[in-house]
Design a protein around this ligand. Structure first.
Ligand code: UDP
Ligand code: MG
Length: 317
């Protein structure tokens, strides 16, 4: 099968028939063999009935229904698990992403050899409150992830080689960083294609709140940590602990040395608690041992992780 199209959706009943029709038109015009997975993420409207209707009339259509709303990442994860096509396309259900982009995305994966191609909504039809923070977010993500050529990490429209979706685990709200997940899994050829974007036709955005920026940055930090130290936590905590311990040790030497100098010189020694070095020594030694402890616990946790010896093996002969 050429293509699997995975559509996560939450309360998008009005958009679905038009989206289905549009995808079908593009697929038949280009002669693709394909399947469509509508992943209903606990919609409270009639989305599921609409999907049932579409599936009854068209064997290309499959539906997955969550019992409750889990989020876009879990929806993508389940769609990825089910997908059979050589190339997997993800797109939003709200008609903001255009199925007309699919043939070119498919060509970039199959002919240009990309592992992942992300859409880039260069001209966005979203309110300013969304587009400005997004610019900042993408700049940070580019830096941290080490993927300098992506302008739009979180674009819903993306194309993947099948191996990619079978070897990454999208969870929590990590859908914002799928290119980073792919890169960490060893899929390095990541490209971008400028795509058409349209204003939302029905319903309203599900990602409006401010907390998504805080959470987005925290997730980025997590991924960076997992990527850098996930398999060797002692390397980061042990390093920090050593630095702290060293500073603490120097402070102890200073405090002790001053005291000793006074005793040797026969002058009355000041109280050690009067010296700032005393407090530096105290906090640094305490913090240093805490960091070491965190490092040891991290090592114990990662030694017990089920995935501790999971590596991406590309080929064997
Ligand atoms: N979505 C989802 N589960 C959620 C929230 C959103 O499956 O909990 C889907 C939503 O139906 C849409 C896509 O994720 O197909 C992108 O959401 P939206 O269009 O609201 O985001 P925006 O385009 O405003 O960033
Ligand atoms: Mg949208």
């Amino acid at each position: 099968m050429d293509l699997s199209i995975v559509v996560p959706l939450y309360n998008e009943a009005e958009s679905l028939p038009e989206l289905h029709e549009w995808i079908t038109r593009v697929m038949t015009e280009n002669g693709f063999s394909y399947e469509i997975f509508f992943v209903n993420d606990g919609s409270t409207d009639t989305s599921w009935q609409v999907i049932e209707g579409l599936a009854a009339a068209d064997t290309h259509v499959h539906g997955i229904k969550f019992r409750r709303n889990y989020g876009k990442s879990p929806a993508l994860f389940c769609g990825f698990k089910a997908a059979q096509g050589n190339v997997v396309i993800t797109m939003d259900a709200d008609l903001q992403d255009s199925p007309d982009e699919i043939p070119e995305l498919y060509r970039m994966i199959t002919e240009d050899g990309y592992d992942l191609v992300s859409g880039y909504k260069q001209k966005r039809y979203d309110p300013l409150s969304k587009t400005i923070p997004t610019k900042l977010f993408n700049a940070t993500a580019r830096k941290v992830s080490g993927i300098p050529n992506l302008h739009d990490f979180n674009c819903g429209l993306k194309a993947y080689r099948r191996d990619v979706v079978k070897n990454i685990e999208v969870y929590g709200e990590m859908h914002r960083y799928i290119p980073y997940l792919a890169k960490n899994a060893g899929f390095g050829k990541i490209g971008e294609k400028v795509v058409h974007h349209q204003a939302r036709k029905f319903g309203k955005t599900k990602f409006g709140g401010l907390n998504r920026f805080v959470n987005g940055y925290l997730d980025l930090l997590t991924l960076w940590f997992l990527d850098s130290f996930g398999k060797k936590p002692m390397h980061v905590f042990g390093f920090l602990g050593s630095v702290m311990f060293f500073i603490g040790f120097v402070a102890v030497v200073v405090v002790g040395g001053v005291k000793l100098a006074h005793i040797v010189g026969g002058t009355p020694a000041p109280l050690v608690t009067d010296s700032p070095y005393f407090y530096i020594a105290l906090t640094m030694m305490l913090l240093g041992s805490q960091f070491f402890l965190a490092g040891f616990i991290g090592e114990l946790v990662s030694r017990n992780a089920a995935s501790r010896n999971e590596y991406q093996i590309e080929k064997e002969i």
